[in-house]
Design a protein around this ligand. Structure first.
Ligand SMILES: Nc1nc2c(ncn2[C@@H]2O[C@H](COP(=O)(O)OP(=O)(O)OP(=O)(O)O)[C@@H](O)[C@H]2O)c(=O)[nH]1
Ligand SMILES: [Mg+2]
Length: 195
């Protein structure tokens, strides 16, 4: 897909504020600071469309980006940031949980982990739950630029062994820094959006 137009549409803090135009959408989920917003910018070829930061917890709402006036990419707030209050964690669970469970326009979820750290308990819980509710998932292991070639190969083998029972597709190695995996990921996303 050639990206011709990208537009930030809205930041959603409650499910009553979701867009009503029924465009197909894909959501990007992962731990706080894993690189969700950077990944979105990378695949859209835009430097600062989704706000990125070295401080975890930057994305607090569901951020909707309109792509080619046809689809939405939804940048979800990260989970698992230790310094977030209990009530905020509960808010996240309710908001994102309800959204992932009930959105009719959501055609797939891009679940993002850090290739170096693998899947945390929270990542596994999310993957298990998405499987249970039958949401199509594509798992991306990002920040591959931080590992040497051989360390990356070993780590991908290990992750594939651990996570294969939870995912239907191959893990996509990705880097927002050098663009690794960009094409493969866009192909998967299009498969979701075109269903
Ligand atoms: N080396 C490297 N750094 C990355 C990559 N992706 C993201 N980063 C860095 O990781 C940090 C967090 O990136 P974000 O894209 O803001 O992460 P996020 O998941 O959107 O974070 P929250 O919105 O806070 O949940 C930033 O300092 C990025 O520059 C990558 O592929 N490689
Ligand atoms: Mg973010």
């Amino acid at each position: 897909m050639k990206i011709t137009h990208v537009e930030f549409v809205k930041s959603v803090a409650g499910l009553d504020q979701l867009p009503t135009d029924r465009l197909n959408e894909v959501a990007f989920a992962g731990r706080s600071n894993v690189g969700k917003s950077s990944l979105i910018n990378c695949i859209l070829n835009r430097k600062k469309m989704a706000k990125t930061s070295s401080t975890p917890g930057k994305t607090r709402h569901l951020n909707y980006f309109l792509i080619n006036n046809k689809y939405y990419f939804v940048d979800l707030p990260g989970y698992g940031y230790a310094k977030v209050s209990k009530s905020e964690k509960e808010h996240w669970q309710r908001l994102i949980g309800q959204y992932l469970l009930s959105s009719e326009n959501l055609k797939g979820v891009v679940s993002i982990i850090d290739v170096r750290h693998g899947a945390s308990v929270l990542d596994m819980q999310l993957l298990e739950w998405l499987k249970e509710i039958k949401r199509p998932v594509c798992l991306v292991a990002t920040k591959t630029d931080k590992l040497s070639k051989s360390a990356l190969l070993n780590q991908l083998k290990k992750l594939t062994r651990e996570l294969t029972p939870l995912i239907a597709r191959e893990i996509i190695p990705f880097s927002s820094v050098n663009g690794m995996g960009k094409k493969m990921l866009m192909r998967e996303i299009l498969t979701f959006l075109e269903q």
